[in-house]
Design a binder for this molecule. Structure first.
Ligand SMILES: [Mn+2]
Length: 384
């Protein structure tokens, strides 16, 4: 049975929701405190946007957590963010999630824990803090998606107003057969708006990243009004029925270049369902790229460091208006590319140390250093 609040709101066939994915909570937590908090801030921003737009529910398409390893302080903050949200919205906006491949990943040893069935999402669901959809695809078609039970905190589908949301855990890289099983189990003519929450990518949407062939997904189209995906960190939509919002914060360098964000979806009913999908951008931390060229082969460590700092200062002077005028008040991430002539052996750059020195002197939260040099002798010969 649905909580009372939904029964009261059942009258209207119109509803709205937010679709986000790949939040990767827990990223950077061992290396950089501020960057680790960015991911929780993005989650908090999603919840705030849900509240401001008075949506009926929030969908999280998996990879909510980046691995099974989670520091207690970070989990404490995540729980308090959810509790505050629930309190301030009188528990009217449900958070509905599925597990992605990262939610079941043990990061440090690369061991997959899929068979042990543990995840932080399961913990949050068992505490009633969110709805974790997890269908049993091995059951008979009518028992695959059981209606979510708010007493046992389990089930494969949940109805909110006229939306019915179906969801499964991560099904692997090529869940062709599972998709047919899902299709079989989805009711045909119940008059509801069908959403399927899944964690997989579609082939061709990201260069050199494997995904499922669209033809294998297409079988779902006749049963699904909105296929809510997660997995690819790049945002994409296909033929007005497949939606992938992209990661909520940049998890790696390439994410900084991707179009990413969340979808705000409004569904109205007038002799059939009509959906309006709006892309919203989140206030993510920004990145700055600076390139430094070594014209000489450095022989002295201090000279090398001084040179980098001097060049950085000069380069930042030019970029200063850019740094100040941005709507995001956070200090940016710096991507520092160093190339030119290779320093001598005793002059190797200690990236950890250089990161620290730069962050102390300049307004950056973190520095990622890329070094690409040409051999000193070869380059000299070239100029002889
Ligand atoms: Mn992901």
């Amino acid at each position: 049975m649905l909580p009372k609040i939904y029964l009261e709101k059942q009258d209207s066939k119109d509803f709205s929701f937010i679709h986000a994915s790949d939040l990767h909570l827990g990223s950077h937590q061992y290396r950089n405190e501020e960057r680790a908090n960015d991911f929780i801030n993005a989650f908090e921003e999603i919840l705030t946007l849900a509240k401001l737009n008075e949506v009926d529910f929030i969908l999280l398409g998996g990879d909510v957590f980046t691995s099974l390893e989670m520091l207690p302080g970070k989990l404490t903050r995540i729980i308090s963010v959810i509790l505050n949200f629930k309190k301030s919205t009188q528990n009217q906006i449900q958070i509905i999630a599925i597990e992605g491949n990262h939610d079941i990943r043990k990061f440090s040893l690369g061991v997959r824990f899929r068979n042990r069935g543990q995840s932080w999402l399961k913990l949050l669901a068992s505490l009633g803090m969110l709805i974790l959809l997890d269908a049993d695809l091995n059951a008979s078609p009518e028992n695959r998606f059981t209606l979510y039970n708010f007493n046992t905190n389990s089930g494969g589908k949940v109805q909110i107003k006229n939306a019915i949301i179906y969801g499964t855990r991560y099904l692997g890289e090529n869940p062709k057969e599972e998709l047919l099983k899902i299709k079989e189990a989805i009711e045909k003519n119940d008059g509801l708006f069908h959403i399927l929450l899944q964690h997989f990518g579609i082939e061709g949407q990201m260069e050199n990243v494997p995904g499922i062939n669209y033809k294998d997904v297409e079988c779902l189209k006749e049963r699904i009004n909105y296929l809510a995906l997660g997995h690819f960190h790049l945002q994409f939509t296909i033929k007005n029925w497949i939606y992938n919002p992209g990661s909520s914060e940049a998890t790696c360098t390439s994410d900084f270049f991707f179009k990413r964000g969340i979808f705000l979806v409004k569904v109205s009913y007038d002799h059939g369902y009509k959906k309006e999908v709006k892309q919203l951008k989140l206030l993510n931390r920004r990145a700055v790229w600076i390139n430094i060229y070594f014209k000489i082969p450095f022989q002295n460590k201090d000279h090398l460091k001084e040179y980098i700092l001097k060049m950085l200062e000069a380069s930042l002077k030019k970029q200063e208006p850019l740094l100040i005028n941005h709507r995001n008040h956070h200090k940016p991430c710096l991507f520092l590319k160093i190339n030119g002539i290779k320093p001598y052996k005793g002059c190797k750059i200690n990236e950890k140390e250089l990161n620290q020195v730069i962050c102390e002197k300049f307004p950056f939260v973190n520095v990622k250093i890329y070094q690409k040099f040409t051999e000193p002798i070869k380059s000299i010969i070239k100029y002889l």
